[in-house]
Design a protein around this ligand. Sequence first.
Ligand SMILES: [Fe+2]
Length: 210
Amino acid sequence: MIAGPQARIVAPDCYTGRMELPVDRIVETLRGVPPPAFGPEEICARLKGVLLDPRTLAPYLHFANKRYTRNLIYRDEIFELLALCWEPHTESPIHNHSGQLCWLSVQRGALRLDNYRSLDGPGPGDGIRLVPNGGIERAGLGVLDLQQGENGIHRVSNPFDERAVSLHVYSRPFDICLAYDPVAKTSREMRLVYHSVGGKLVGRRVEHRQ
Ligand SMILES: [Fe+2]
């Protein structure tokens, strides 16, 4: 465990309260939250301990060689729900969440979560210094993480030898965030794309099923 004081790790590795739900049920559950209540407390309570029924999650799982994929399950004006598929030894850029809330729940395998803090504001721009801000070396099945506020900067990676899947809830949805290069000390806008939408591959992407 490398959690720092700013890290918001809601459910630890040793969680025990497993609850298996079909994908439709979690969408229904989240849609049932009144917009003003769609915040950390309410959504953490609803996601904590939830493992999606693998049979209902399978249509949304699309892997790609040497990178991770973002697969949209559901989106409205309040939130979007995605499954991210991680081949072994893949990683995201260091990024923020455009000031929105982001919940991550490990549904298969394990992920490494590294949090950062900017000494120079979020950017975009040059001369942006990042410092490590805790995280989890190995977030296993059921671990729930929340990124929020200006310091919601992190990198998610799968340094392990098995594929991993994470479920993400973003509220509100966003299509652009900032990506950080800690060596060049830059912060640049990054457009987010989906690998699949509603289970269907976008454009000419190549299928690599689970
Ligand atoms: Fe993220």
